[in-house]
Design a protein around this ligand. Structure first.
Ligand SMILES: [Zn+2]
Length: 314
């Protein structure tokens, strides 16, 4: 298999220096899409998720304290309100499909609000948690393998698309499950807002890393049009509808913009990291210097106290 961009078919790409040596991230010089190459076998990926390797390597928990569950519930409720604000005009039958629903926290809220819900989750443990604790309908499989004969008003993909090996096949399958009024809500990490060291940001399980522009183009290629894009926080949030006439608009400068940003970010992160560690080193140094002084003061005070006490006794 050749190193070819799935978005624009260009074979011109360069390897990104992310600091993560376990995985090769390339950037396409024509459209700016960042992708992993060579790709991993899909069956291996399924067993990676199914057997909980992803959960254990990414510290995904299924045991929560009551207080933590309350916090999760409130967070999921906020997410529901955020999504519902933009979709309420489009909703007719109140049906929602979540691809990669994890523990089902969000689907649970949709269910409580009267939606007919279906989740697809490859991790056996997470799917079981959702079924037992929230009584939501979850299929434990990769979305690519699931047969669904129904159309949905709303399809949710929260931090799922970046994990998908073949986003074209994945998005075309979603497209077939939607009516002309349906909404697809996507949330992915934003390459322009890493919020971490690049080594951690370019996670081994992310096969694609999007910018708002490359996400727009990936969606357009698969006949989706973004009707509302939100990049206020560290993620890209996109509400999309089906559009059979839409085509990608390749920006040849996107790749240079991304490279310039990542290089600057890496440099600043190292400088910031240096100052933070220097500060802690200073604190440690300060406490080492001050420790004998404070001990001397304590001894002095103790002696004084002893003296006073002695005087009183006499
Ligand atoms: Zn490309």
């Amino acid at each position: 298999m050749s190193n070819k961009c799935v978005l624009c078919n260009s074979e011109k790409s360069i390897l990104l220096k992310t600091g993560n040596k376990k995985i090769n991230n390339f950037i396409c010089k024509k459209c700016g899409l960042v992708y992993v190459w060579p790709t991993v076998n899909e069956n291996r990926i399924f067993s990676y998720y199914k057997n909980g390797h992803y959960d254990s390597s990414h510290n995904v928990k299924i045991r929560f304290s009551k207080k933590r569950l309350e916090g999760i519930f409130l967070g999921a409720n906020d997410k529901y309100n955020y999504i519902y604000k933009y979709i309420k005009k489009h909703i007719k039958n109140k049906t929602v499909l979540e691809i990669g629903c994890a523990t089902g926290h969000i689907l649970n809220i949709f269910k409580l609000k009267g939606f007919d819900v279906l989740g697809v989750e490859p991790s056996e443990k997470l799917a079981e948690f959702a079924k037992i604790n929230y009584n939501v309908n979850v299929v434990n499989d990769m979305f690519e393998n699931v047969k669904i004969n129904k159309s949905y008003d709303l399809v949710l993909c929260l931090h799922t698309l970046e994990h998908v090996i073949n986003p074209r096949r994945f998005l075309l399958k979603i497209n077939k499950l939607m009516s002309n009024n349906s909404i697809l809500f996507i949330e992915v990490p934003n390459i322009y807002k890493p919020q971490n060291s690049l080594k951690k940001f370019f996670d081994c399980s992310h096969f694609y890393t999007y910018s708002p522009k490359t996400l727009w183009n990936m969606l357009a290629l698969n006949k989706f049009k973004i009707i509302y894009l939100d990049t206020k926080n560290s993620q890209i949030k996109a509400f999309c509808i089906k559009d059979k006439d839409i085509k990608p608009i390749i920006d040849p400068n996107e790749y240079k913009r991304e490279i310039t940003f990542l290089n600057r970010y890496k440099k600043n992160y190292i400088i910031k990291g240096y100052f933070i560690s220097s500060f802690f080193r200073f604190l440690k140094y300060k406490s080492t210097i001050l420790l004998p002084i404070s001990l001397l003061k304590k001894i002095k005070r103790f002696k004084k106290y002893k003296k006073i006490k002695f005087n009183i006794v006499l």
